[in-house]
Design a protein around this ligand. Structure first.
Ligand SMILES: Nc1nc2c(ncn2[C@@H]2O[C@H](COP(=O)(O)OP(=O)(O)O)[C@@H](O)[C@H]2O)c(=O)[nH]1
Ligand SMILES: [Mg+2]
Length: 358
């Protein structure tokens, strides 16, 4: 069943509305309505007039996504008011991580972050229940919630032990890169750059040559045939702005699959202003270095050129000037209008073949 989602978005994100809303779209597929918040309410974040409005048309929506960090108390208060799913920005990003997480470690990190996020909520819920003011939260009465709390705590301890164990194993594994069969290509870039559009374009236009199974670390992988060779493309979680620090570890764990790929395609939205584009590339480079991606070919796909005019030449010069130590190739494309997709594939395949020959 598709959920009808109302999004509350604070003023501070007005200049990147597309990006923030696209986070919601990635999880829920569509947005029913948007409420702008200029001054959050202390008690339940959403200002009273807007609460009344949402109450009036309670039957038209199922989930309230708030693109900000809420206090546990505020989330519980909203639940008491509406009795519907309340998701704040941290929870939303965790849901996105979960869609992309392939490795055991990433899944554990996400679960750990989720429990950490939930525990204060549960504590708050218990407090309310003792006062007799909350029923049915997290689907249970007071004793169920008490039990949930205890189980969550012990689960957290178990995950920590498992993660320690995995880290030890990983140190060994890092040196002998996992053999995945077909070359793996990670598509990275900021939210809204066009990663998924490019991924779909590549995968859908490729004629499958029989249902060969392929090995991958990611649930968002698709195979592409080009010139008689087969490649696995991965639509990664990408770079999300303003990740709450509580979930940074889960973020890096989810991105870590990039280490195991043979080539990285960094999709950049070329329709933004030049400084923003350069900053994004700088930041992408930093994140990739942080997760330990070294010595792999990086292809910058300057996307959305259908929206750009002669600026593209200046932009390419600037990128060359600043980042020649970062990327191997740079190709202007339009994922949406299908411009230069073939050129991109041909570069990728020749870079990968060069690598194999070495
Ligand atoms: N004009 C134009 N829009 C594009 C292009 N590629 C993607 N988009 C749009 O940009 C938005 C974000 O694309 P998406 O693939 O979801 O970005 P992702 O967050 O990086 O996966 C969508 O509205 C796409 O339709 C392109 O080449 N040209
Ligand atoms: Mg996407």
């Amino acid at each position: 069943m598709t959920k009808s989602v109302v999004v509350a978005i604070p003023k501070k994100y007005r200049n990147r509305l597309d990006e923030e809303l696209s986070l919601v779209n990635e999880v829920y597929g569509s947005i029913h309505d948007i409420v702008f918040i200029s001054k959050p309410n202390y008690k339940h974040y959403i200002p009273v007039p807007k609460i009344d409005e949402l109450k009036k048309r309670k039957d038209s929506w199922d989930t309230l996504v708030i693109l900000d960090l809420l206090k546990p108390r505020q989330i519980i208060e909203l639940y008491r008011l509406f009795r519907k799913e309340i998701v704040d920005r941290l929870e939303l990003i965790l849901k996105i991580f979960a869609l992309h997480a392939g490795s055991k470690e990433a899944k554990l990190q996400i679960e750990l972050a989720r429990i950490r996020h939930e525990l204060p909520l549960i504590r708050e819920a218990i407090r309310y229940m003792k006062l007799g003011e909350l029923h049915g939260y997290l689907g249970g009465g007071r004793y169920a919630i008490d039990k949930y709390y205890r189980v969550a705590k012990s689960r957290m301890a178990r995950i920590r032990r498992e993660l320690d164990e995995l880290r030890r194993i990983r140190e060994i594994r890092r040196h002998s890169r996992k053999k995945l069969g077909f070359p793996h290509i990670s598509i990275v870039g900021y939210t809204c750059a066009g990663k998924t559009t490019l991924f779909n374009r590549l995968v859908n236009e490729s004629k499958p040559e029989g249902p060969e199974p392929f090995t991958t670390l990611s649930p968002k992988a698709g195979s592409v045939s080009y010139n008689g060779s087969k490649y696995i493309f991965i639509d990664t979680v990408g770079f999300i702005r303003d990740i709450p620090h509580e979930i940074i570890e889960a973020f890096y764990a989810t991105l870590e699959e990039i280490i195991y790929s043979d080539l990285v395609v960094n999709v950049v939205d070329a329709s933004k202003n030049i400084n923003d584009v350069l900053n994004e590339i700088r930041e992408s480079k930093r994140i990739l270095t942080n997760i330990g991606v070294h010595g792999k070919p990086v292809v910058i796909a300057l996307n959305k050129i259908d929206l750009v005019n002669d600026k593209i030449v200046i932009l390419m010069d600037k990128i060359a000037e600043n980042f020649n130590d970062y990327y191997t190739e740079i190709i202007p494309i339009s994922a949406k209008k299908s411009i230069n997709i073939d050129k991109l594939l041909s570069k990728i395949s020749s870079l990968l073949n060069d690598n194999i020959e070495k």
